[in-house]
Write a protein that binds this ligand. Structure first.
Ligand code: NAD
Length: 422
């Protein structure tokens, strides 16, 4: 990675929107505002562990922008979580929600922790104490967390329950919407669990429509087999794609005619990772990036698609299911090689869009059918793709720049009308 000038992830996020801002000549005051998060909350909180010792954890909640609606964004539990990463992820949420045209702002949070090292009871105490420490900094009309790497519906149920218990009794029933991505039993929405993967598949279907490619038979490689990667792979395989290689933190597996994704999901549920899956060949991490396919879907961590890996990629399309998976140098190589990129803020918005549906259902005490959820999701996601394609043609720019232009225009419209207080 020596050829990659080391920029912080937040610097990369700022540079991405500044490039689009140059194209539309965005007013300097809006560039200044959007280059900084609005609020940065850092909490150090003690938790009793099972061996009776006490450990202090550090948690973050970065609220980037709320001009278009309440702060919105996931909670990440991972050993590499730090302030810079959460800042970048929070900024991307502002642009993602603006691009999707939903009434939310952007935020992100997390704890520097490896959840696999703690028992379920310890994790429940970590989540509850973190929620307590955040206190009034979150709320259903103020800042609404959701799952991200290392967190799931159980995490969200604990956050909601803790928040309800620190809310006066008369208002407890109205705070379910403090988080989205809850279990169905606790007020979650049908379709939320698989929503991000479903949105990624809608991105692929849209691209097939644009290029007259057939979805059936497309060869796809996937990095990351957690919530996003595994649901995308399963939905895509059911739709006729061949998922020829999958990687996660335990290994990389491939099969010529495509992996049996249903069996792979069961294997991962039993063993904790794709490594050792019997009905496949094992390859190295680097071989994933030179595997012959039509589409590569990064669905793990940021900074995975470096210049070196981008040079060896043998695909026509990259769909960024993860946030920030392509480095700036990697992106330049892909552009040179004519490999199309559907950018993260467009490709992975399915999760936050269905989070919006969950929040609406909580507000109105209604439960939508899965068909309703999927159809509304498709409609919002494809409208955003249409706008990005038109904008890219209009400005002769990449889809990433076009996605930021659409988002920045919406944010600038709101600032133009409201002004900057006082
Ligand atoms: P997850 O924790 O459910 O899964 C992460 C996956 O990445 C796991 O399979 C893990 O093994 C794999 N992984 C970790 N390190 C790896 C490595 N070095 N090489 C290969 N694989 C590795 O997380 P998730 O919720 O699926 O999130 C994945 C990405 O999608 C993140 O960038 C996240 O921000 C983004 N995202 C998630 C959602 C959501 O709704 N969960 C929404 C939008 C974007």
């Amino acid at each position: 990675m020596s050829e990659e000038r080391q920029r912080s992830l937040h610097q990369v996020a700022v540079e991405q929107f500044q490039r689009a801002a140059d194209i539309i000549d965005l007013k300097p005051q809006y560039r200044e505002i959007l280059s900084h998060p609005k609020n940065e909350i850092i909490v150090n909180f003690p938790v009793k562990l099972d061996d009776r010792s006490t450990k202090v954890f550090t948690g973050y909640r970065i609220q980037h922008n709320n001009i278009l609606g309440p702060f919105k964004g996931g909670l990440r539990f991972h050993p590499q979580v730090d302030l810079d990463e959460v800042r970048a992820l929070a900024a991307w949420m502002t642009f993602k929600t603006a691009l999707a045209g939903i009434p939310f702002g952007g935020a992100k949070g997390g704890i520097t922790i490896d959840p696999s090292q703690y028992s379920e009871e310890e994790m429940a105490r970590v989540v509850r104490r973190f929620t307590h420490a955040l206190g009034g900094n979150i709320g259903p009309e103020h800042d609404i967390p959701a799952p991200d790497m290392g967190t799931n519906s159980q995490t969200m149920d604990w956050v909601m329950d803790t928040y309800a218990n620190i809310t006066p009794p008369g208002a407890r029933q109205s705070v379910k919407g403090v988080v989205t991505g809850k279990s169905l039993a606790c007020g979650g929405s049908l379709g939320r669990e698989e929503a991000t993967g479903q949105g990624v598949l809608y991105a692929l279907r849209h691209w097939c429509g644009e290029t007259s490619a057939r979805l059936e038979g497309l060869k796809v490689t996937v990095q990351g087999f957690g919530n996003v990667g595994s649901h995308f792979a399963e939905l895509a395989a059911d739709a006729g794609c061949h998922i020829v290689a999958v990687a996660d933190h335990t290994g990389t597996v491939r099969a010529d005619g495509g992996l049996d994704i249903h069996k792979l999901r069961s294997w991962v549920a039993d063993t904790g990772g794709v490594g050792g899956f019997p009905a496949a060949d094992e390859i190295t991490t680097e071989e994933l990036f030179s595997e012959e396919a039509d589409v590569f879907v990064p669905a793990a961590l940021e900074n995975q698609l470096t210049a070196i890996r981008a040079r060896s990629l043998k695909v026509r399309l990259v769909i960024e299911a993860a946030n920030g998976p392509t480095t700036p140098h990697g992106e330049a190589v892909l552009a040179d090689r004519g490999i199309e990129v559907i950018p993260d803020i467009l490709a992975n918005s399915g999760g936050v869009v269905v989070s919006y549906f969950e929040w609406l259902q909580n507000k109105t005490s209604m439960a939508w059918s899965l068909t309703d959820v999927d159809e509304r999701l498709r409609s919002i996601v494809w409208a955003a793709h249409d706008e990005v394609v038109v904008t890219a043609a209009q400005h002769q720019c990449s889809r990433r720049d076009a996605a930021y232009i659409v988002a920045l225009n919406r944010l600038a419209d709101a600032y133009n009308r409201r002004g900057i207080f006082p």
